[in-house]
Ligand binder design. Sequence first.
Ligand code: B4P
Length: 193
Amino acid sequence: MTNIILLGPPGAGKGTQAKNLVESRNMVQLSTGDMLREAQASGSEMGKKVAAIMAEGKLVTDQIVIGLIREKMQKGSEGGFIFDGFPRTLPQADALEKLMLEMELKIDSVIEMQVNDETLVQRIVNRAEEARAAGQPVRADDNEESVKIRLMEYYKKTSPLIGYYYAKGNLQRVDGLASIDEVKTSIDWILGK
Ligand code: B4P
């Protein structure tokens, strides 16, 4: 069993690589972004509460996302968990550490996906354009204005986690500018067979 955190700015490819790992390693993807979008789609009170915050590009409260993660982790995973987009703040990282201890699990690897701001904005704007062209729904936060706020939130609240995990000795970096397949190969190399 392997438990990993995918860390990186919006559009770095965390969700893309998490899906690869689910297929190839029987791991369970815990994407707080997906969980929050599901809550919105279900029309729940919580979903309504977070909709405007997410559309603007801000982070939702620690309390909400920690609650979501706790609930999903209780279902367990044979291959291990991929934390995708969680933790995003230091209090979330502390909460995850406590949850892992409670469940007698450990984080094996924190993989930081490095991509420059210009590429991130371009990828997200492209995703919105592709969805529009295919007649599919466009994510409310996939526009240039929200992406800039998402990036500011990342640098202010999430990037301190790089030092946090570096100090714990389990931070590894991959070049997120490489192709999707190349990034996958780098992650496979880090995780081993
Ligand atoms: P998320 O859903 O986590 O969205 P993200 O960070 O933008 O996406 P990701 O990095 O997964 O990029 P993707 O693979 O999709 O968060 C959305 C919002 O939810 C947040 O802003 C916040 O409001 C809220 N939220 C979520 N978690 C939270 C938490 N813990 N605390 C508080 N709030 C939270 O890739 C993007 C695009 O790039 C895709 O089109 C993909 O095809 C493309 N791409 C990926 N890899 C590529 C590559 N190597 N080369 C070329 N293109 C690539």
